[in-house]
Design a protein around this ligand. Structure first.
Ligand SMILES: Cc1cc2nc3c(=O)[nH]c(=O)nc-3n(C[C@H](O)[C@H](O)[C@H](O)COP(=O)(O)OP(=O)(O)OC[C@H]3O[C@@H](n4cnc5c(N)ncnc54)[C@H](O)[C@@H]3O)c2cc1C
Length: 413
């Protein structure tokens, strides 16, 4: 076994760290306090290739693998989880759904500008009444035959779909140019009656709604998106009709490596600021790092971060290995999407997400404790990590849902 990153991967980590410390760190608290989406950072992320990490170069991507993707999300989140989640939702949810299940025409039209970072993406599954139970989607899409559509004549692709309903908690909702949204197309077929659609910003009847005022990750935009008699051309049906929900579960399988990396990065940031503070803060005539109670906290934090990193990188490595072998990996952008050999990393991705998310919450909690009263103020980064990490036990499947997924895998259900 070899646990070390390659020279290129280590160089990538240094590059992302330098970028995050130079371009993001100076603005983090200003963006957080104002709850302001960092528009100005998007073109810079695009220039670095961070908005198309896992997509082949022929589709405008950086052509990197999941280990590199985990490094990028980890390093961005070490400085600001808000930027981490903006990049994660764009890459692993929106763009990956189109890449993995879209037609070649949809890949050319949408994946290329998304991967190049010329457009930003969002992905809408959750609804007010359909969270963990996302199969309870109520947004509907009714088919209207006969209306003009560029692919008229092709079964299921002529005419248009009329969407009505509302999605909630959509990351990048107000700022995205392209939205992938799930809607019921045949209620009688239950989970096989929900389809995915690509909706472009500016489509009449499509608008972002209420922006959430959040506990953490405040610079990321989490919003409602609303459909009112929104006509979407038939060619914007994404994947097979009725399979949007099932495909979404596979996309979420992959997205869990993102959230594990997000938690890992924030935990690393919280740990590093704690070590710095413990060495510098003196009480009873010596640095608090000399008290065993503080040393034990740091030891526990570092151990949990290491365990989280091993689980996260293992899941990413398994995904890369499966892609390299030509297998179609559940939830991942694969080199050969036509292959019938589906390699699953569901269990490993969920374990990584569950453990890294919960470890990040514990680590950030101890980071505040080590900072004492100053950890309760906005003068030190510990309080922001404490608020931001909580998302990791909720987004892309709560910890409770991860345990259900893992148990199902263990029991062969
Ligand atoms: C910052 C942020 C960004 C997000 N971004 C996106 C996005 O981009 N796109 C998107 O579609 N969604 C997004 N979400 C939504 C997120 O995925 C959901 O919030 C999450 O899946 C939980 O759904 P819920 O909030 O409705 O909670 P609920 O499902 O109502 O859960 C409430 C509680 O009940 C528990 N629970 C529910 N069912 C079970 C069960 N069967 N067994 C045991 N416990 C259970 C849950 O674990 C939780 O503790 C985002 C959420 C947040 C907060």
């Amino acid at each position: 076994m070899d646990f070390s990153l390659t020279d290129e991967q280590q160089q990538l980590r240094r590059t992302v760290r330098e970028f995050a410390e130079g371009e993001i760190a100076p603005h983090v608290m200003e963006w957080d306090e104002a709850s302001r989406f960092p528009e100005e950072i998007i073109p810079k992320l695009a220039e670095m290739g961070f908005l198309g990490v896992i997509f082949p170069e022929k589709y405008g991507g950086a052509g990197m693998g999941y280990v590199e993707y985990a490094i990028i999300i980890e390093e961005l989140s070490r400085v600001d989880g808000s930027v981490g989640i903006i990049v994660a939702a764009h890459n692993s949810l929106c763009t990956n759904h189109i890449f993995k299940f879209g037609t070649e025409a949809q890949r050319q039209k949408y994946v290329v500008p998304l991967a190049q970072g010329k457009k930003l993406g969002c992905w809408s599954l959750t609804e007010p009444e359909a969270g963990s139970d996302a199969g309870g989607t109520r947004t509907v899409a009714a088919k209207q035959e006969g209306l003009p559509g560029p692919r008229q004549g092709e079964p299921g692709r002529s005419g248009c779909w009329v969407l009505n309903g509302a999605k909630t908690f959509t990351t990048n909702g107000h700022h995205a140019d392209v939205c992938v949204a799930m809607a019921v197309t045949d209620a009688s077929k239950k989970s096989h009656g929900i389809s995915a659609f690509i909706i472009e910003k500016g489509t009449p009847g499509f608008r972002p709604g209420k922006k959430e005022n959040k506990l953490g990750l405040r610079a990321s935009d989490t919003s409602e998106v609303v459909f009112t008699d929104c006509r979407v051309p038939a060619e914007n049906l994404l994947g097979e009709e009725g399979e949007g929900f099932v495909n979404s579960l596979q996309i979420l399988d992959g997205g869990r490596i993102s959230i594990a990396s997000l938690g890992l990065g924030m935990a690393q940031g919280a740990y590093e600021c704690s070590v710095r503070y413990a060495k510098q803060r003196k009480q009873f005539g010596k640095p608090i790092s000399e008290f065993q109670a503080i040393q034990f906290k740091l030891a526990d934090m570092a151990t949990q971060i290491d365990a989280a990193r091993l689980l996260t990188y293992r899941a990413a490595w398994l995904a890369d290995r499966a892609i390299a072998s030509g297998a179609r990996v559940s939830g991942f952008a694969a080199a050969n999407p036509e292959s019938s050999d589906v390699a699953r990393t569901t269990r490993e991705s969920s374990m990584a997400k569950l453990y890294a998310g919960e470890a990040a919450v514990r680590v950030a909690n101890e980071a505040v404790q080590i900072h004492g009263g100053y950890g309760f103020t906005k003068d030190y980064p510990a309080e922001k990590f404490y608020r931001d990490v909580k998302l990791c036990t909720i987004g892309e499947g709560t910890s409770e849902i991860q345990r259900l997924v893992i148990a199902r895998q263990l029991l062969g259900k």
